[in-house]
Design a binder for this molecule. Structure first.
Ligand code: ATP
Ligand code: MG
Length: 420
């Protein structure tokens, strides 16, 4: 039996990194009063069509959808923002307060060609700052992404930002760009030709050299921006300068989702592969209203955890093995006593493992060594009858006999010794 294409198991030796990232995110975001939200994986297909946009790659080619037994058109969420906006509206969160600061982590699904850093089930960690038009909100969310990367000891990344203006500015630009590109239609790459009518801006993203060459003389989005868009963008840049966050302005950065306006940004690693974008985000001032909620300007981003892990797994050497006490049992017939001992160890919160084999003591000790346990509690017939434990320190091989009555005191000592 094999898993289906594009999905993978996350095994225990990797989980430790996932837990580490989750805890870190929780810590970093909680400090700024961002609260976790969990939304369902299943949503009505209509939600994503209306939010992400019918002509985008995600909705057009990448959605996992099906008709359920009740004849509903359902989609496994391809991203987090749409669901959070839906939750914001259906739970009427807007009645509680004006500004909501939220974060999430969970699986997303896109039918894509699987390759390194690109899966069909992948995970996104994201934040959404809902309800503020202030450029400081954009800066706060960008800063939190950088804070997170910094606390993961990641240094080699580039923040790219751009302003994609408001809907009007963009649609004026789109039609000018379309006019220009139509003149070179036959020289564009196939993908760009397909995007020409309905997804024109994404052509700016094309990696094709010939298309890039044609784009050099194309009209520029910046020239279509009006004072409000420009001021919003400049304000963000000034703040980023002030807090020493380095960035590059990329006037071709448009992002693949329809709902963005004003700010668009990505964080890329300096590696030269295709999957070098780890974070994507931007402002989405119209989306909530467009989906039936009140006018609520918002901004957010999402990081792909799998891509992040590819980058940090060698930097963060997190030890998976933290067994302190290995409990070897010599005689199953009289092994009930082990539960008394476990109860005391648990009270002191020291990690332990009970040997579940029926092997000889030597083999059990070998196993303890393999697992890098620090000490072994040996429970043999002699020990149980006389109410003590033989303690063997695995590194020094020193052996001690500890009476069960003295066990709490001994565990207290172990706790300080191993700083657990
Ligand atoms: P790409 O251009 O690489 O397809 P995207 O623009 O589609 O990315 P977004 O929708 O902005 O990606 O999602 C934000 C982040 O989620 C990406 O920067 C990436 O880290 C991650 N991501 C997106 N799609 C996948 C995928 N199929 N597998 C793994 N991670 C992904
Ligand atoms: Mg994509």
């Amino acid at each position: 039996m094999q898993p289906i294409r594009g999905v993978r198991d996350i095994l225990p030796n990797e989980i430790i990194l996932w837990q580490y990232i989750y805890d870190l995110a929780n810590e970093v975001f909680t400090l700024s009063n961002y609260q976790e939200i969990r939304t369902p994986i299943l949503e009505n297909t209509e939600l994503f069509k209306r939010s992400i946009g019918n002509y985008t790659d995600i909705v057009n080619k990448e959605m996992y959808n099906f008709i359920d037994q009740g004849n509903r058109d359902i989609t496994l969420r391809p991203e987090g923002t749409s669901s959070i906006v839906r939750a914001f509206i259906s739970n009427k969160l807007y009645l509680q307060q004006r500004i909501h600061k939220l974060w999430y982590l969970g699986p997303m699904f896109r039918y894509e060609r699987p390759q390194k850093g690109r899966q069909r089930q992948f995970h996104q960690l994201g934040i959404e700052c809902i309800g503020s038009q202030n450029p400081i909100a954009d800066v706060e969310v960008i800063r939190l992404a950088i804070q997170l990367l910094k606390s993961l000891k990641l240094n080699h990344y580039i923040l790219e930002i751009n302003s994609i203006g408001n809907f009007q500015e963009r649609s004026q630009y789109k039609s000018k760009l379309k006019d220009y590109l139509n003149k070179y239609k036959n020289d564009l790459d196939k993908d760009s030709q397909n995007r020409l009518n309905n997804n024109t801006l994404r052509i700016l993203d094309s990696k094709n050299i010939k298309t890039q060459e044609i784009l050099k003389k194309a009209p520029k989005l910046t020239h279509f921006l009006q004072i409000e868009s420009i001021e919003h963008f400049n304000e963000i840049c000034n703040h980023l300068d002030y807090i020493d966050i380095q960035y590059t302005i990329n006037d071709k950065l448009v992002r693949g989702l329809d709902y963005y306006n004003y700010t668009a940004f990505e964080i890329k690693t300096k590696e030269s592969n295709n999957q070098n974008t780890i974070c994507g985000g931007g402002r989405y001032d119209q989306l909530i209203q467009q989906l039936g909620g009140p006018n609520t300007p918002s901004v957010g981003w999402a990081i792909g955890i799998e891509r992040l892990i590819l980058l940090v797994k060698d930097i963060l050497q997190i030890n998976n093995n933290n067994i302190i006490i290995y409990i070897a049992i010599q005689d199953i017939q009289i092994s009930y006593k082990v539960w008394d001992i476990v109860k005391i160890i648990e009270k002191y919160k020291i990690n332990f493992e009970i040997d579940l084999s029926i092997n000889h003591l030597n083999k059990q000790l070998k196993k303890a060594n393999q697992l890098c346990a620090k000490i072994c509690f040996i429970l043999g017939k002699k020990e149980i009858i006389n109410n003590y434990i033989t303690v063997k320190w695995l590194e020094t091989r020193i052996q001690q006999e500890i009476s069960i009555n003295h066990l709490p005191k001994y565990l207290q000592y172990l706790k300080t010794h191993f700083k657990t």
